[in-house]
Design a protein around this ligand. Structure first.
Ligand code: PBG
Length: 306
């Protein structure tokens, strides 16, 4: 009766990795329990998530081949549009979101195109917008730009509006930090940068006022939802964002946060189930409305048991 924070299954989004091929359900070494799915294997998995009661998924693509320009990211026949079409065809009420970035698709692993050894922010914008448009055309309800290019939300919003997709939502990865906790994801998506790092475009761990500016900018550019990422080491940023902004606030409980709990749980060092529920409840307590988490299926199951 006096509990202030109630975690609900309707708060959770399950990230899903999709890849080419058939009959593939491929385990990801650094993320026990998480797999890459080929399209034919998706309906089974999505069916399980829907059965548990999860409202939404977020797709990440592993392309057939990578190139300098990240071409598959914005190809209508790319792996993510295929996954979106399949998901929407089979489960029309499932909310389908798609990550919009180039890093999974570029040979150099950076989130934007490279010009003279550096990421070129402005040349990347039309490519991100084109990717978002392809995902919207495939049926995505939400596009989520994660490249941290300045102006990405505006470029995407403008192209979507001009193309008749006014109702497609943009969830900005507004305050995305340059974090070591993305390590396992980069194995999952094969997206580690081949030179340098992402500190030129992702945020410095030490800054929280800058996060407010990043969020404000995304809102001004037309974001429908905002995000703080990662979640756990940035709960102060979450709380501050909550008190400052009224838009739906998402938290990304990232791969490294997942794998730490999995590793400690597997070793018997912590009680995995309690750790998961404590962490997710804390993220909500800090102010998040929406939590993107690799624990979504398990946590959803546990929430249903109570
Ligand atoms: C793409 C992207 C990343 C994550 C989400 N979108 C990787 C990165 O920025 O390196 C990380 C998610 C996770 O660690 O779970 N830019």
């Amino acid at each position: 009766m006096v509990r202030e924070t109630n975690l609900n299954i309707s708060n959770l989004i399950a990230p899903i990795f999709v890849r080419h091929g058939t009959k593939v359900v491929e385990p990801i070494g650094a993320m026990p329990g998480v797999h890459r799915y080929s399209i034919d294997q998706l309906p089974d998995y999505l069916g399980r998530l829907v059965e548990v009661g999860l409202p939404a998924v977020l797709f990440f693509g592993v392309p057939l081949s990578k190139d300098e320009m990240g071409t598959e990211a914005y190809s209508s026949t790319g792996i993510v549009p295929q996954a979106i079409r399949e998901a929407k065809k089979r489960f029309s009420s499932l909310i389908v979101a798609a990550d919009v970035c180039l890093c999974e698709y570029t040979s150099h692993g950076h989130c934007g195109v490279i010009e003279r050894g550096k990421v070129d922010n402005d040349r990347t914008l039309p490519l991100l917008a084109k990717a978002a448009l392809e995902y919207a055309k495939a049926g995505a309800d939400v596009v989520a730009p994660s490249a941290m290019m300045d102006g990405q939300v505006r470029s995407i919003r403008n192209l979507l509006d001009d193309s008749g997709f006014q109702d497609t939502l943009v969830m900005g990865y507004s305050a995305k930090y340059a974090s070591c906790f993305y390590g396992p994801f980069r194995e999952a998506a094969g997206s580690a940068p081949s030179f340098g790092d992402r500190r030129g475009y992702q945020m410095d761990t030490a800054n929280s006022r800058e996060a407010m500016r990043e969020i404000e900018t995304d809102i001004r550019e037309g974001a429908d939802m905002i995000m703080v990422k990662p979640a756990l080491a940035y709960l102060d940023v979450m709380a501050k964002s909550r008190s400052r902004f009224d838009l739906p606030l998402a938290a990304y409980n990232v791969s490294g946060e997942y794998s730490m709990i999995k590793a400690a749980g597997a070793n018997g060092w912590i009680d995995e189930k309690r750790a998961v529920m404590e962490v997710l409840t804390s993220i909500k307590r800090a102010g998040a409305d929406i939590i993107i988490t690799y624990f979504a299926e398990e946590a959803g199951t546990w929430l249903g048991e109570r």
